[in-house]
Design a protein around this ligand. Sequence first.
Ligand code: HEC
Ligand code: HEC
Length: 290
Amino acid sequence: MNVNRLWSIISMPVALLALWPIGPATCAGDIERGHYLIEALTACDNCHTPRGADGYDFSKRFSGGAQTFSDKTYVVRGPNISPDAETGVGAWTVEELRAAIVDGVGRDGRLAPVMPSDSYKALTARDLDAIIAYLRSAAPVRAPLQAPQQRRGEWAPHPMPGAPAAFDEGSLADKNAHGLYVGSLARCMSCHSEEIDGAPDYQNRLGAGGKIFRNPAGVAVASNITSHQEKGVGTWSDDELKRAITQGVARDGAPLRPPMSTLSKAHFSKMSPDDLDALVAWIRTIPPKE
Ligand code: HEC
Ligand code: HEC
């Protein structure tokens, strides 16, 4: 081997290192893990990535969602969370990003509860940093937030029972805790619990369904996924539950409606077998409700 070639092999990693952004903007998180969490569980794209005819438009990933969410107290859209410094969150510190994701606090104060921080509170410190690392690895997209955008509320947090704060890694060795962790990050109960005054009634109606979703495809009512024998999924087999979650198919084989079908196909279909097993085992522990 000639000396020039040898030198180019040695210098290549050095050159790559020089290209790697080092400084306050980087985050030590595990990008691969962050990718998995966002793809399979937390589904940030659902509100922060625009859609084309065939689903998400990944050429503009994280540049802001198409939907406008409104309630008595807010009119909001999923903002640009790509690393663009001006129109996205490229200039935010890691601490600011952590606060937005798990505390629901943005630069201008409390975020409207559409941003599901309550479901993300369970994130282990490592998984939270992994998500931030993946966000920071995405391409910056310039896209200012579209109006209207109003917030007039002091929304109290409504954390998932058993998941009000960061889990520690060690606790996930327990299958039930692992299932609760997956279920919390995937927001199952925030949709599948009946609401009182715009907030899920986890105390009395955990998993009982009843929340109504209106979208261009029509109206869907979240199902009862408690272990109730007739009203819930108590008599479903593990395979039937897994198929509903990962393929968006009802027990009788009919396709489920959005938003369940959309989340199943774009996200939950990517769940690891371990996460899916733990999730199904945990769903079976939800006390039956009519
Ligand atoms: C169900 C919809 C939804 C999902 C899912 C969602 N978000 Fe949000 N997010 C929002 C909305 C809406 C806002 C703006 C709320 C407001 O303006 O009060 C927001 C705000 C934010 C902000 C603050 C940005 C700013 O400019 O103020 C960050 C950061 C953020 N989300 C990150 C994430 C990450 C990371 C995930 C996934 C782990 C995620 N979001 C999942 C809807 C969502
Ligand atoms: C954004 C809201 C939303 C999220 C998040 C969500 N679901 Fe659903 N889910 C629904 C709706 C709405 C339906 C009813 C769809 C229909 O009627 O076609 C449904 C249907 C189902 C069904 C079918 C039940 C039946 O009786 O046919 C199962 C099982 C289910 N969801 C489990 C889950 C699990 C487990 C998770 C978390 C991994 C989850 N869902 C996350 C809204 C959601």
